[in-house]
Ligand binder design. Sequence first.
Ligand code: ADP
Ligand code: ADP
Length: 229
Amino acid sequence: GSFVTLKDVCKSYRMGEVTIHAANGISFEIEKGEFAVIVGPSGAGKTTVLNMLGGMDTCDSGQIVVDGEDIAAYSRKQLIAYRRYDIGFVFQFYNLVQNLTARENVELAAQICKNPMYAEEMLREVGLGERMQNFPAQLSGGEQQRVAIARALAKRPKLLLCDEPTGALDYNTGKTILKLLQDTCRSLGMTVIVITHNLAIAPMADRIIKVKNSRVEEIKRNENPVPVE
Ligand code: ADP
Ligand code: ADP
């Protein structure tokens, strides 16, 4: 069975007289351990879908099932616990705490979770064993994103959600970050969803969900994902 299922998910935003249908009957499924990308032009509804999947926003109608639980039916309190324990987030601009070291950033996330991995172990896993005592400002963009990935994975989330993780990085650094996400998640058996408008990411994904005008335009299962080289 699938690990993530969206069924007829609708979400609109009302702005005065105008109603914007940001998600207009979105349906897709993702299997456990898959590396899935949601692609589409700016304004297509990608962030809206990711926010609902992460429990940061609620849908108006439809089902959002993650690991057998319909999170669309969750109370506010359940959603807080879901965001804290079940979901790992990686953002475009890293969102690290500037006055904490790399290690402290990862420890902070690990501490608030029930099942934390060791911060040091995760930082070594992402190739930052030598830089644990550095502050974010002393690290390059790619290194800061590695810290953010270590921080997200230290929670042992059920699902890792990445919003334009390479959006602030140059092409080559972006590729190494994608390879890291791909390798680490394969080895941990983690289910990953990446949203991006960068079509170059698509060949490495197990599943490609194309979104356009608040609808799913196409879903492709990639039997032979091309590793990032
Ligand atoms: P994408 O991530 O693909 O760029 P979004 O999900 O951010 O697309 O946006 C989809 C549509 O919903 C856009 O028209 C956007 O302007 C609108 N939208 C998103 N969030 C809000 C909001 N909080 N309030 C009003 N409109 C929003
Ligand atoms: P990139 O080529 O990825 O943009 P930079 O040129 O910014 O990286 O940095 C190259 C190396 O120097 C990185 O390993 C980074 O961590 C290190 N570095 C950059 N700024 C500082 C600093 N203020 N203190 C310590 N190390 C730094």
